[in-house]
Write a protein that binds this ligand. Structure first.
Ligand code: ATP
Ligand code: MG
Length: 401
């Protein structure tokens, strides 16, 4: 006997009708995709349940992968047997003996198949008695057991599960459309991307770089971060925008205090163009209220003016400590703190205006013509596809929920 299935628990309050169907189909697709390196492992759906069929494969690496998939609330190893009392007894005994550090247990039977001749309550007693009669080291504790053995008698078969492993929750990536993530090499934007993905958003990334002032290593940092993010979704395309000329021109034309604001507005304009081209409906940033000069209410108001696309700011109300915690858990922190230059840090003015006003900035921009440089930057975009194939997610997600 062995655990040959993994039971996937999903679902979110509030999802109904067509949405839940879409959710389930996408989740199944995402799980199958993440498990593609195990060709014998299959994902199956029965009414209201999803299972991973291990077909003899070691469950550990499969579970590790599943724990990074958004939309899974929890999972358990399961044994599938026929609706036969002896087989159910054998499986329950196997589950008990395989439990780690178990002294007390409880049986919890759910009889969904009403044709099965024994009621749930009676089955609890039958199985409890069987386990006690065939072991010597265990006792029953119905209130605080070390191990709960769950027995679900369904129409097609009976499933026996024990430990519940928490998943990440959220919605399957791809059920909430696409967003263009402004990805810098910093700590915040990867976390913003992760949180958007958690709500089912598929991410494309855009990065503004300024060679030769920013190096290849700075670019590599962004690639490495995107690669970490693919652990939670699929392929991520990064759009690298050559920003040097535009930035130099801005810093030449615009009074120093406002250059940062104009630069951010240019980023938004370019991001929107990429969205239009790629049929992406929103922009996501790692902005966080009050962190730095560009992230005051006035600054956001002025930067936001140039686009009417929704801007998702998952971190807007979070504390920096919490953002850092999360970046460590998703394995991007160590990359983000590598000391490489970013276009914004190189061209950073000494004293940027913390409360830039729309009319002032509009007035300054109206005296310059950036059409050509904007087009040049957009035409110079390089797209790099970051696959999720090589990424091995680390087993560090116990406390993420
Ligand atoms: P991060 O840690 O994400 O860099 P930050 O706290 O350093 O954020 P800023 O540098 O003010 O904040 O940037 C605010 C947001 O603007 C970033 O979170 C990111 O979404 C976007 N951004 C900044 N620089 C770039 C860049 N070079 N390319 C793409 N997006 C950028
Ligand atoms: Mg930054």
């Amino acid at each position: 006997m062995q655990y040959d299935h993994i039971l996937i628990r999903y679902g979110e309050l509030g999802l109904k009708g067509k949405n839940i169907k879409k959710f389930i189909v996408k989740l199944q697709e995402n799980i199958q995709h993440k498990l593609k390196e195990f060709p014998d492992v299959k994902v199956k759906r029965t009414q209201g349940r999803m299972f991973v069929l291990l077909n003899g494969h070691d469950p550990e690496p499969v579970i590790t992968k599943c724990r990074d998939i958004f939309g899974i609330r929890s999972l358990s190893l399961a044994i599938k047997v026929d609706n036969d009392i002896q087989k159910i007894k054998d499986a329950a005994l196997f589950a008990l003996k395989n439990g780690k550090d178990v002294q007390t247990f409880k049986i919890s039977v759910k009889r969904i198949n009403k044709n099965f001749p024994i009621s749930s309550q009676e089955m609890n007693q039958v199985l409890g008695g069987h386990l006690l009669a065939n072991t010597s080291d265990y006792t029953v504790d119905v209130h605080h057991p070390d191990l709960t053995i769950r027995v679900e008698i369904r129409n097609e078969a009976t499933y026996i599960t024990s430990d519940i492993i928490l998943g990440l929750g959220g919605l399957p990536v791809g059920t909430s459309g696409k967003s263009l993530l402004l990805l810098s090499g910093g700590i915040d934007s990867p976390v913003a991307g992760y949180l958007a993905m958690k709500r089912g958003v598929q991410i494309e990334a855009i990065h503004f770089h300024s060679p030769p002032f920013t190096s290849e290593r700075a670019k590599q940092k962004v690639i490495d971060i995107a690669e970490k993010l693919t652990a939670f979704g699929n392929t991520i395309n990064i759009h690298f925008v050559p920003f040097t000329k535009l930035q130099q021109q801005i810093f030449h034309d615009i009074p120093e205090g406002y250059a940062m604001t104009v630069m951010r507005r240019m980023m938004m304009r370019i991001a929107q163009k990429v969205c239009e081209k790629e049929s992406i409906l929103s922009i996501t940033t790692g902005e966080n209220l009050g962190q730095v000069a560009s992230q005051t209410m006035e600054s956001m108001n002025t930067i936001n003016e140039v686009t009417n696309y929704p801007i998702i700011r998952p971190l807007i109300t979070m504390d920096k400590d919490d953002i850092i915690q999360l970046s460590k858990k998703i394995n991007t922190y160590d990359i983000s703190i590598r000391p490489h230059e970013d276009c914004c840090t190189i061209f950073v003015p000494k004293s940027p205006k913390t409360r830039p006003k729309r009319d002032k900035v509009n007035n300054m921009e109206s005296k310059c013509n950036y059409t050509f440089l904007l087009e040049e930057a957009i035409n110079g975009i390089e797209v790099m596809k970051i696959n999720d194939d090589q990424v091995n997610s680390k087993d560090v997600f116990d406390h993420l929920l």
